[in-house]
Design a protein around this ligand. Structure first.
Ligand SMILES: [Ca+2]
Length: 455
């Protein structure tokens, strides 16, 4: 209750003083909805540098930049894996996905442990399901990639509606499911079709259809994942870029940024801008066509370029505008933050690993949401504690990204060396020992992966 009072005090203070006999929920109902909408937008394989607000000279992302102007730009944010499926599993469950055997990409050719699910298991409850129980209308529009077995489908994992692809896809003729019709995947055959534009239209429709009650919209775009396909409308904006892959990638990103612009306009037109908490992040670092500067590495590795993500949070009228926040945080934090705005306490029995970010982003709490973050991805691993990071990452060249050759254990001080260039493991053996022991303790609690990729 105290937390909710904090969020709404500015808008409801006058009414509170005037009508103390009326309950807070009744009051809020007169000024704004009691429980705000939640929107989580996920880019796929977005390069760390590739936002205007991150300083890129080549790309233009006015709508992403507007989220930073109207909200909080988080500069020390991570996802839980350097590849798509496990990163999304961590985000949606609020738990390190390794805790339930979800370590690798979902792939039908994987070697699955007997009795295990090749995807998100029914034993896990997403925060979408928790919001659904609280009366939220929940929709997933985009790339699922958390399993094709029935128990792992979005409609069985907390989403009232699903519009998108279960697997990877393509941009011009994808195989889509529209759960409003049925659950049968259908191939799109329309010469004017472009997937990112379609997701944008559907997201706006979702907002308009469900504006009367609280909703949770999870919008995991396929953009800017390969194949690098864009329409002339977006390609023409960046004719000056000579590298063809980079040109198409930036055009795809521009389409995704326009999609965000349409969604933000729709929320504004529906009068919901101040009643909607919006997150934006990427599921992992960039790869072909992208720039992860100033970070080292890319998608598939536990270098910063694989796991550190752009992270924007907007809630107009509640969170500060134009703030930069450097506390250490994770995609794991989205679930408990969403539950908090929905008025629900996180049950310790759920064993969630995230933290409610709102007291930190509003300035109520000082310091970092996390002291330590951990990663395990096959032979690669990492631990970040304060400014220090110890990792064993894939070498830059060679090896399947999921079964990479192991490099040496390296130590970096990220506040002084965000590009992970100066390995301090020889000069700071006591720090290596401390972090190695902490990671070993975490790792000892994890089960074996439920499935492993085939070489
Ligand atoms: Ca990805």
């Amino acid at each position: 209750m105290l937390l909710r009072l904090h969020f709404f005090r500015i808008r409801v203070l006058g009414l509170l003083i005037a009508t103390l006999s009326i309950s807070l929920s009744q009051l809020i109902g007169t000024e704004s909805r009691e429980f705000p909408n939640i929107v989580v937008i996920v880019a796929d394989d977005l390069g760390y540098e590739d936002l205007g607000v991150h300083g890129s000279a080549e790309v233009e992302t006015p709508h992403l930049d507007s989220m930073a102007e109207n909200g909080v730009l988080c500069t020390n944010a991570y996802v839980t894996s350097p590849v798509c499926s496990p990163s999304r599993a961590g985000l949606l469950t609020g738990r390190y996905q390794n805790r339930f055997g979800f370590e690798f990409l979902v792939n039908e050719t994987s070697l699955v442990r007997e009795g295990a699910t090749n995807g998100l298991p029914a034993s896990e409850t997403t925060f979408a399901a928790r919001l659904q129980e609280l009366g939220y209308r929940t929709g997933c529009i985009g790339k699922w990639h958390l399993g094709t077995e029935e128990e792992s489908w979005p409609t069985n994992c907390g989403f009232d509606e699903f519009y998108g692809t279960l697997r990877q896809g393509n941009y011009f003729s994808p195989i889509l499911v529209d759960s409003r019709i049925d659950l049968k995947p259908r191939k799109v055959s329309d010469p004017d079709y472009y997937l990112t534009d379609d997701y944008s239209l559907r997201a706006v429709e979702f907002v308009e259809e469900h504006q009367a009650k609280p909703f949770f919209l999870y919008l995991p775009h396929f953009a800017v994942h390969k194949p690098h396909d864009a329409t002339a409308k977006y390609l023409d904006r960046f004719e000056a870029i000579n590298d063809p892959t980079r040109h198409r990638y930036v055009a795809m990103l521009s389409a995704m940024d326009d999609a965000l612009g349409s969604l933000l306009s729709s929320l504004r037109e529906c009068g919901l801008e101040e009643d909607t908490l919006i997150f934006f992040l990427s599921d992992n670092g960039g790869t072909m066509g992208s720039s992860n500067a100033p970070l080292r590495g890319k998608k598939g590795g536990t270098w910063e370029g694989g796991i550190r993500t752009p992270f924007l949070v907007q809630w107009k009228g509640v969170l500060p505008a134009g703030m930069k926040y450097d506390g250490l945080l994770s995609a794991l934090d989205i679930a408990p933050t969403a539950l908090a705005v929905a008025g629900q306490k996180v049950d310790p029995g759920w064993e969630w690993d995230g933290v409610n970010l709102l007291p930190y982003l509003s300035g109520e709490k000082k310091g970092s949401p996390h002291e330590v973050l951990y990663w395990r991805f096959g032979t690669q691993w990492a631990i970040r504690k304060g400014a220090w990071k110890l990792l064993q990452a894939r070498e830059e060249k060679g090896g399947n990204i999921q079964i990479a050759r192991e490099g040496p254990v390296r130590l970096f001080h990220l506040e002084e060396d965000v590009g992970e260039e100066n390995d301090l493991s020889s000069s700071r053996p006591e720090k290596v020992r401390e972090l190695q022991e902490a990671w070993d303790r975490w790792n000892a609690l994890l089960p074996e992966p439920s499935w492993k990729p085939v070489l």
